[in-house]
Design a protein around this ligand. Structure first.
Ligand code: ASP
Ligand code: MG
Length: 474
């Protein structure tokens, strides 16, 4: 029988310094001894940000400052290499490879500074240097543990569209290329260590999958290689019932469904890149979130069904949001108000997080990220200028001091009483509800409250649904 394949991804903090890389290599080596394993790695933490800064600095014309950033990163990687890799031949080889990557980075920064122009294509090339440096480091660290490792650039594996800075995979092409490159390595007992974040177009142009995209790389490869499971190693114990900075009795959720995880990813529990689960849905490949700093812990398993727990699984809160409401008795019966409101918002590319409208039609209210608020309001005032003048629309109000709380759980569907219990708990704690929305999928009840009440609201709901109580692995 073919041993099951695991694809495991290590995020930036999990390869953040020499000690972290050693821990990651240990986890990879153990998995590779027990079965087959493909590792996918992010850049060392902070590196991608610095590279983007270098690219932007070059764009402003300051080549020297951009190159200084690259020098600083070169020193950081060189010293990490020294600590991680003792074998002198391996060390020399990785060092040579790093020099080539930095030389390429220098050329692109110099070119950018000369032209004072930074195309999305060039930004992809510069911002992805970090993964091309961390993968050889981790591969060498695996070798230090007595297993053959080989770093592989994912531009050889993942074929994408040409949307630079946020590309999506072409799965059929990716499948063919990945299997052709990776399976022979696995057959020979070599552990492939793949750069996360990176792909390339059909024409061979390098692309990136968007910030935090290494999670996505891992599930794309998991699907392309028919993996038995994908493990996302990170710096938290898994998906939690609530933000532990606010709720100290928050617990790790043992099992959660794709849909619940996606709702939580969207609503700001930033454990996963929002597109992460897309590639694995069809093949129903389980995805684990585990802590590389505490590998003895089980973590959270994400599956299609998400275990058998009843009702509410987790709570999230988004705080940097603004509530916009538009209305007045005059809008009753103005049939195009809703349409005009949202096409105006779409024109300024603001992301609408939640919408609610009373059936009396006196008022439409919705929330957007605070970063999008100003341009949304300006656009609305312009669009409705005439209506405001003639008092058809009486107000466009803005409230930045709000937060959205979401109660998430797939099995809430058809479980009566969840909404009732939620709002009763809020009432008990004197939390004033400003607006409510429940999608018809019923896996999420969202409501708007004053920002100052967030902690109280979360704690009340957390207790109400017993999320602080130990579950036994559902
Ligand atoms: N290094 C990339 C970033 O920081 C990709 C990743 O870490 O997932 O966005
Ligand atoms: Mg990351």
């Amino acid at each position: 029988m073919k041993p099951a394949l695991q694809v495991m991804k290590f995020g930036g903090t999990s390869v953040g310094d020499a000690a972290c890389i050693a821990r990651a290599a240990q986890i990879i080596a153990e998995a590779a001894r027990a079965g087959k394993c493909v590792a996918v790695v992010s850049a060392m933490s902070g590196v991608t940000n610095r590279l983007i800064e270098a690219a932007k600095t070059a764009q402003s014309g300051n080549a020297q400052a951009a190159l200084a950033i690259l020098d600083e990163l070169a020193a950081k990687h060189a010293s990490t290499l020294e600590t991680v890799v003792k074998n002198t031949a391996d060390r020399a080889r990785v060092s040579e490879k790093m020099k080539l990557v930095f030389a390429e980075g220098r050329r692109f920064c110099e070119g950018t500074a000369l032209l004072r122009e930074l195309s999305p294509r060039t930004l992809d090339t510069i911002s992805s240097l970090g993964e091309r440096l961390s993968a050889p480091l981790v591969a060498a660290a695996v070798e230090e543990r007595g297993l053959p490792g080989e770093s592989v650039e994912s531009s050889e594996l993942i074929v994408t569209d040409d949307f630079h800075g946020g590309a999506d995979p072409l799965m059929n092409e990716t499948r063919v290329k990945s299997q052709a490159r990776i399976f022979p390595l696995l057959e020979k007992g070599i552990v492939p260590v793949v750069t996360g974040f990176i792909g390339s177009t059909l024409d061979g142009e390098l692309t990136t999958l968007g910030r935090g995209g290494s999670d996505y790389s891992a599930t794309i490869l998991g699907a392309a290689l028919d993996a038995a499971e994908v493990i996302i190693w990170t710096d938290v114990d898994g998906v939690l019932t609530a933000d532990p900075r606010l709720i100290n009795e928050a617990r790790t959720i043992p099992s959660i469904s794709y849909r619940e995880a996606a709702e939580l990813a969207f609503f700001g529990a930033k454990v996963l890149h929002p597109k992460t689960l897309k590639p694995v849905v069809e093949a129903a490949i389980p995805v684990w979130i585990r802590n590389s700093f505490a590998p003895e812990k089980r973590g959270t398993k994400i599956t299609p069904g998400g275990g058998s727990s009843t009702g509410v699984k987790a709570l999230t809160a988004i705080r940097d949001v603004t509530l916009i409401s538009l209305g007045g008795p005059g809008i009753v019966g103005l049939p195009d108000v809703v349409g005009r409101t949202f096409s105006t918002i779409a024109e300024v590319r603001a992301n609408v997080l939640m919408i609610s409208q009373s059936s009396s039609q006196n008022d439409i209210c919705f929330s957007v990220s605070s970063a999008d608020a100003e341009r949304s309001i300006e656009a609305l005032r312009k669009e409705f200028a005439q209506d405001l003048k003639h008092e058809k629309v009486e107000h466009i109000n803005v409230d930045p001091n709000i937060a959205i709380v979401a109660v998430v759980g797939e099995n809430m569907r058809g479980t009566p009483g969840v909404a009732g219990r939620t709002f009763q708990a809020m009432g008990r704690e004197n939390v004033n509800i400003i607006a409510i929305a429940q999608g018809s999928s019923e896996s999420n009840i969202s409501f708007v409250i004053e920002e100052s009440a967030v902690k109280r609201a979360l704690l009340a709901a957390h207790r109400e649904f017993g999320l602080h109580l130990p579950t036994n692995g559902n």
